[in-house]
Design a protein around this ligand. Sequence first.
Ligand code: NAP
Length: 462
Amino acid sequence: MILESITHLSYLLAAALFVFSLRWLNRPDTARRGVLAGVVGMCAAIFGTIITPEIVNYHWIAIAAVAGILVGIPLSRVPLTAVPQRTAISHAFGGLAAGLVGTAKYIIWLDEGTLNGVRVAVISLEIILGYLTFTGSLMAAGKLQEVIPTRPITYPGQNVVNFILLGIAIAASVGLVMNPTAWQLFPVIIVLALIFGVMLIIPIGGADMPTVIALLNSYAGLAAVAMGFLLDNQLLITAGALDGASGFILAVIMCKAMNRSFTNVLFGAFGQAPKQSAVVAEAKPVKSAQAFEVADFLTHGSKVAIVPGYGMAVAQAQHRVREIYDQLTQRGIEVYFAIHPVAGRMPGHMNVLLAEAEIPYDSLVEMDDINPEMPQMDVCLVVGANDVVNPAARSVESSPIYGMPIIEADKAKLVVAIKRSMNTGFAGIDNALYTADNTLMVFGDAKKVLDEIASAMRESSH
Ligand code: NAP
């Protein structure tokens, strides 16, 4: 009785901490607290579960815990740029766990003769969502890691085939609900769900993969809700619902920020965007500058905007950016970081890197707030950003990124863009910003170039 009360209290504490965690993760200055709240919440949830009197044997739990720790530690050490695929692997584990729990429950209840229609309906939902999340997430991780082709693989009638597969799985589930002991249908549902997960991801292109991962997060959450009903565990229902809803909201936010329609991401094979419709930048000459010249421009302005992008993450140049920030602010120059919601390869990517370099949060300005200020910026320093500053999104209707909101770097008085070459960014399209009259290019690795600019600034201050 006492143990039961402690379990309920632990679950209550865990549920509250999960809600606060999501809330705090919303802002960079409270994000650490959010992570801590999530960790403490999960510890409370595990504690509340392992003290329940129904557990009679701890051996398997100990083995599973050791296996989880052994897999979890290396997973926590991946570089930030690999976090999307790492997250996909976590979802695969979540989906597999839900699928296996559903399978175990079916076998146990079949054995005990306690299966009924409602139980089988919930189990079916759980195993379909769980197993499709498992294979779908593995496919997504493979595409992001480029161990399997990242391009969408499509064939005529693809969505029809997928819907037929799902339809058969649902029909088999209905058959099982009507006749719960017809166990032969059970493996059919599992196999179809596993195949459907693969088929769902095949037609989706690499560019949409991070959005799909948010969606798979949502499926894993829904599978956890079903698992919570099966195990009569309210905390699983709460946590699964939070997971499902937050994954869905994130997917919608990402679609909006990239101007992708939700159906296009979900059903890649339907009315695919003409992805690589060649948008050729005007063959204008590129004007390049030396680091010392850039240092001069930066220090002679009064307002500077810095637009970080994926290249800053690749070069790990955030600490050099911080140095430039320090040098400029010491001279009384106002510095703003213009943050695009999908700069980099995951939501919040730039915020995390800039926070790592301890750049004050109040210097980070969101796209909608910085854009009206852009014409007042004396210099806009673009550090490894490409698609998120591509004016084609505003003006070239045939461009795959047409309609995507961008940081309007081109409206600054002077643009300095740092990147290694004239290569394209994630969307694979040319960028007319680099050949604009008010743009100077500095070619090279962002870290190295920023180092040179910072040392030129230091010299000029002596
Ligand atoms: P981007 O368009 O991918 O461009 C990054 C640029 O960085 C490249 O053109 C590259 O040019 C340069 N670069 C790479 N390594 C560099 C280095 N070491 N030093 C200097 N420059 C380097 O990046 P973005 O402007 O941040 O845009 C993000 C893209 O990812 C968008 O298309 C967005 O839709 C997509 N996306 C984002 C998310 C998300 O959640 N954030 C999710 C899905 C998709 P060089 O090779 O010439 O150096």
